[in-house]
Design a binder for this molecule. Structure first.
Ligand code: C5P
Length: 238
């Protein structure tokens, strides 16, 4: 167990800025960060979305998942520098020079590295990267942090493994693929419950549909977030 207070980043996976702003308004007391990703950034335009969400007081994580050559990564990061977003990410498998370029251009933003997407099972991870997630995630994480990356994105299933690596001591673990027992896994494969994720050492739980589209019996997004917060606190107190 991490012993720290685990935080929640809610995924604003919607295609209208107005919907995202309503979620920020409803959830800002229940969660710590708002994650904005490709759907909304492409639908409404990156500068407009970042400006509006920051004006609404949202602490932003830009889930960009950059995976490109160093010069393109550098230019993309420089393009959003004026917004000074607290967090953005890129794929840790994008190559050492691109990671270095992102960290150099990041200014005050903290850079997160996506190791292996939580939508991949071991068979597909092996097909793409040549080995299972418990091999590739530590390898990508070690390289990413050695190049100045600040935090690692992985499944909470790998959190314990990474917490046992002293070279990653300074890196926070941000974990998507979070599924309370009452929520459907859908396209996510390497999933864990909020309680199990924080017990494994996750620092920030990235949660989308269980909060933004909760099952009818759970109620509203606010009720879903409160229920998840309670599950996290109970697990950390045990
Ligand atoms: O709805 P759900 O809880 O599955 O949403 C998870 C969010 O986290 C999505 O926005 C997805 O793009 C993002 N994400 C992920 N796996 C990663 C990095 C980000 O699922 N490795």
């Amino acid at each position: 167990m991490s012993g720290k207070k685990a935080r929640i980043a809610v995924a604003l996976d919607v295609n209208q800025l107005s919907q995202a702003l309503r979620l920020v308004e409803a959830l800002h007391k229940e969660v710590d960060y708002f994650k904005v990703g490709l759907e909304l950034l492409h639908a409404e335009g990156t500068p407009r979305v970042l400006a509006a969400l920051q004006s609404a007081g949202a602490m932003l994580f830009v889930d960009w998942k950059l995976h490109d050559i160093p010069e393109t990564v550098k230019k993309a990061v420089q393009a959003i520098a004026p917004f000074e977003v607290p967090y953005f990410n890129l794929h840790a498998s994008t190559g050492r020079t691109s990671i270095h370029a992102a960290v150099e251009a990041a200014g005050k933003s903290r850079v997160l590295g996506v190791t292996v997407l939580t939508s991949l099972d071991d068979a597909e991870c092996t097909e793409i990267f040549g080995a299972a997630a418990d091999i590739k995630v530590p390898q990508f994480a070690r390289t990413f942090v050695s190049l100045g990356g600040h935090a690692i994105i992985c499944s909470a299933k790998e959190a314990q493994l990474l917490r046992n690596m002293p070279e990653l001591d300074s890196a926070e673990l941000w974990t998507p693929g979070i599924r309370p027992l009452w929520a459907a896994a859908r396209d996510q494969k390497r999933v864990l419950s909020p309680a199990d994720a924080v017990r494994a050492g996750a620092d920030v739980l990235i949660i989308g549909r269980p909060i933004t589209q909760p099952p009818g019996e759970i109620g509203s997004p606010v009720e879903a977030a409160k229920r998840i917060r309670a599950e996290i606190e109970e697990a950390l107190a045990a």
